[in-house]
Design a protein around this ligand. Structure first.
Ligand code: ADP
Length: 450
């Protein structure tokens, strides 16, 4: 195993990686920005190096400096966490060029999934079901119009380079198409420097169900069941759970096998997530593959009893997967709530301030808090406003929901506005308890939640 690794990230995920690395006897090098001098991840690490000023572009995105620090400190591998450089092919290549192991998939696999349209073409060839629509290179307005006609309405325009729900437009009828196309292209060009669009049939009440896959460098691939991330706001996940309520064993197997096929089609290595839209009739369609550890990985850890960061480290070290498919067992039900610094009275815009008082629920086998902050810390405008992930586990969904509701009641934060009350209303609502899930959940039940 590695003696020393560098964690090219901050916040809860940096702390999460350090925790597992330390348990395995691996020393950890942290990097930080001027705003994070006293951050929890810096305090937890064995060594820490300043990268630069607070803005990410001058600190956590400085691939050159991070590689320099890795070399100077003797780190053998770099864990990129999620976000920042985790899906940056140039960074993965730079690690390799400097004889540092990138704890993630090969650069070629990241590149294959970097474009939603190229990814769909690869998946089609691998026999993975796709949302019907158009994902070609030809972007002439006439052709897109003809493809829209063929696809039917409502349809969804999506940026091929998209992420974070940007560059997406639902189009209800042909009469709205030209205007929506121009707006979506403009948004995509601004956000990603690429106006390319794909067209998808817009499923009206789908669920977001994603499969956790893992592959080693010896050709083995497994799936660790699924997560249901249907509870979203502005196409962003709010509450996640595993397993997906009501998913049959048969569908789980079909989705899992399709996801492993998808990963193997691009010679994947490491942790990955294949996202599907799941329709009420049991059909499912490939949406995209994320080539990193996801924010919501803890719910999978809770129901499988596995440590996915340990799996990542072992696989990056050239070892075989710790378990084979038939050794992966599911137990109970897990939920994760993303606790954000945001203002519920102001359209959930990110909030900032000092965490004057912070009390987290007691952690035990049922309750886990993944966080990168302590009392007194500042929540700044510079980074993602997530304060913590509250994760609970119990024998069944109902009991897990009760745990979540109780843990949210115990969570106390003052000094910064948060979404805790909203999460509580959500988890405790009748439709959530009754598994009335689809991606329109929050919009449909606004009267109960606000
Ligand atoms: P991004 O990468 O920008 O997050 P995704 O492709 O992952 O975009 O989609 C984000 C969310 O948008 C999904 O979780 C789902 O709720 C919704 N969505 C995406 N494609 C469709 C579709 N074809 N029909 C209905 N909803 C969709």
């Amino acid at each position: 195993m590695f003696n020393k690794i560098l964690i090219a990230n901050r916040g809860e995920i940096a702390c999460r990686v350090i925790q597992t690395a330390h348990r395995l006897g691996i020393r950890c090098v942290a990097v930080y920005s001027e705003a994070d001098r006293h951050a929890r991840h810096v305090a937890m690490a064995d060594e820490a190096f300043l990268l630069g000023p607070a803005p990410s572009s001058e600190s956590y995105l400085r691939a050159d400096k991070i590689i320099e620090v890795a070399k100077a400190s003797g780190a053998q591998a770099i864990h990129p966490g999620y976000g920042f450089l985790s899906e940056n092919t140039d960074f993965a290549k730079a690690c390799e060029a400097n004889d540092i192991v990138f704890i993630g998939p090969p650069a070629s696999a990241i590149a294959s999934m970097g474009s939603k349209s190229a990814a769909k073409a690869i998946m089609q060839d691998a026999g993975v079901p796709l949302v019907p629509g158009y994902h070609g290179d030809d972007q002439s307005p006439d052709l897109l119009r003809a493809e829209a006609e063929k696809c039917g309405f409502p349809l969804l325009l999506k940026a091929v380079a998209g992420g974070g729900g940007k560059g997406m437009r639902v189009v209800e009828a042909m009469s709205e198409f030209d205007e929506a196309l121009a707006a979506a292209q403009r948004e995509a060009k601004n956000a990603f420097g690429n106006p390319g669009m794909l067209i998808e049939k817009y499923l009206t009440q789908p669920r977001h169900v994603e499969i956790q896959v893992f592959c080693d460098s010896q050709g083995n691939g497994v799936y660790l069941a699924e997560r249901d991330c249907s509870v979203q706001r502005r196409h962003q996940k709010v509450l996640e759970e595993a397993p997906a309520p009501g998913l049959s064993e048969e569908t789980r197997k079909a989705m899992g096998e399709a996801a492993v096929r998808a990963a193997q089609a691009i010679d994947y290595v490491g942790a990955g997530t294949v996202e599907f839209l799941y329709d009420v009739d049991g059909s499912f369609y490939f949406m995209e593959m994320n080539t990193r550890l996801q924010v919501e990985h803890p719910v999978t850890e809770m129901i499988t009893g596995q440590d996915l960061v340990e799996w990542q480290l072992r696989v990056a070290n050239g070892e075989a997967l710790p378990l084979q498919q038939d050794q992966i067992r599911l137990r109970g039900h897990a939920l994760e709530a993303r606790i954000y610094a945001e203002d519920p009275d102001n359209d959930f815009l990110p909030a900032t301030g000092t965490l004057r008082y912070l009390r987290t629920p007691d952690e035990n086998t049922h309750v886990r808090v993944d966080t990168g902050v302590v009392e007194g810390d500042e929540v700044s405008i510079h980074y993602d406003p997530m304060i913590a992930k509250l994760v609970v586990w119990d024998d069944n969904r109902e009991r897990a929901i009760n745990r979540m509701v109780q843990a949210l009641e115990e969570y106390r934060i003052s000094g910064v506005k948060t979404n805790i009350r909203f999460l509580h209303a959500l988890a405790d609502s009748a439709p959530f308890r009754e598994e009335d899930l689809d991606t329109g959940f929050i919009g449909k039940h606004e009267d109960l939640l606000f």
